[in-house]
Ligand binder design. Structure first.
Ligand code: SAM
Length: 329
């Protein structure tokens, strides 16, 4: 797609055509199936200090927790009984979850549930650690590039976070054989439409299997606590463009989208998204994994209301399936 056309779509010049095209492409590749991922938020300890994130190391008001491998395995067992065939282990960069501890965890989940995929989202790690986790059985890795423009990246992160390293991690993960997910926030401080166009150019270079796009939402205890949230319509446009530009990608209707607007998740599914990630974490952990203000962790974001979520998705013409939901190449 020409850069000028992309920017015109981002400006909202033809939303109805954009959304209809995205849904048509999603139906031609994935039909009306919606894949569910059981999200297990394993730790909110984090060594990083991203200016936008509520669990940043420098937030003294975060009540820190980490789950044990036994607790995580119990979440996976519960999820399996409910029909989940992918578990996403997400957390801050917590040294407690060492190469060895995570290898043991993956091995235990895969031994009990060999028909399930394990997705990791544990930030930037040495390539050898990624290799060990892949050898232990991890299938997928989520690591948003956050923004493909270096100056913008530097305005969102302290100097200790490297723009180049984050990108190198993504290419290393691909080379090792993971199904790789990247993505970005919409409406992060200082972001322009040109930055979003750069994000799509970077994704074209990376060719990810999964693309996570959600609105920026402020967290009161961060340097960006007073910045407004990302715009719903612009977020939906970027989801639709992601589907059109990457027809085979697995694209979640994110929790942030559902937090931003009561119909955010359904609207995401109608314009190209085909994945939802209900929260499988123990109840006590959910409120503490607070990336941004009012992050949804109850209602249909929670696994307890899976049937309600399924009904809502059926009502808009799609259906939740029991499936690993691998990328269709
Ligand atoms: N530590 C891992 C990493 O860095 O990829 C995984 C956890 S990190 C908290 C997951 C994602 O949350 C980030 O990639 C970021 O895009 C998103 N996030 C963090 N703070 C946010 C905010 N204030 N609004 C919306 N999304 C946010």
């Amino acid at each position: 797609m020409e850069q000028q056309t992309l920017l015109a779509y981002l400006r909202g010049e033809d939303d109805s055509a954009l959304f209809a095209k995205a849904d048509e492409i999603r139906r031609s590749v994935y039909g009306t199936d919606v894949y569910i991922r059981g999200l297990i938020e394993i730790s909110n300890f984090c060594a990083r200090n991203c200016y936008y994130c509520g669990i940043r190391a420098g937030n003294p008001n975060t009540s820190r927790y980490r789950l044990t491998n036994d607790e995580i395995l119990a979440c996976a067992h519960h999820g399996y009984s409910l029909g989940f065939r992918t578990f996403v282990l997400q957390g801050g960069e917590d040294p407690y979850f060492s190469e060895k501890t995570v290898c043991e965890l993956i091995d235990r989940i895969k031994t009990h549930h060999p028909d399930c995929a394990v997705t990791l989202s544990l930030g930037e790690q040495p390539k050898e650690t990624y290799r060990a986790w892949f050898s232990a059985g991890a299938d997928r890795y989520l690591l948003r590039h956050e923004t493909a423009t270096k100056s913008h990246y530097q305005s969102l992160h302290p100097q200790t976070s490297s723009f180049e390293n984050r990108r190198e991690c993504l290419f290393a993960l691909k080379e090792l054989g993971y199904q790789v997910g990247s993505g970005f926030m919409v409406g992060s401080p200082n972001q322009t439409l040109e930055h979003l166009a750069e994000d799509f150019a970077f994704l074209a270079e990376l060719q990810p299997d999964m693309i996570g796009i959600g609105p920026f939402i402020p967290h009161c205890d961060t340097p960006f606590g007073a910045h407004p949230s990302g715009d719903l319509s612009l977020t939906l446009r970027t989801v639709a463009l992601a589907r059109i530009l990457f027809p085979h990608a697995l694209i979640p209707a994110t929790t942030a989208l559902g937090t931003l607007h009561p119909q955010g998740r359904e609207r995401g599914l109608k314009c190209g998204a085909n994945v939802v990630m209900p929260n499988l974490s123990p109840e006590a952990a959910r409120a503490r994994y607070s990336l941004y203000n009012n992050k949804l962790h109850t209602g249909t974001e929670s696994v307890e209301q899976l049937q309600k979520l399924k009904d809502e998705i059926s009502a808009i013409g799609y259906q939740v399936v029991v499936d690993r939901g691998d990328v269709k190449k």
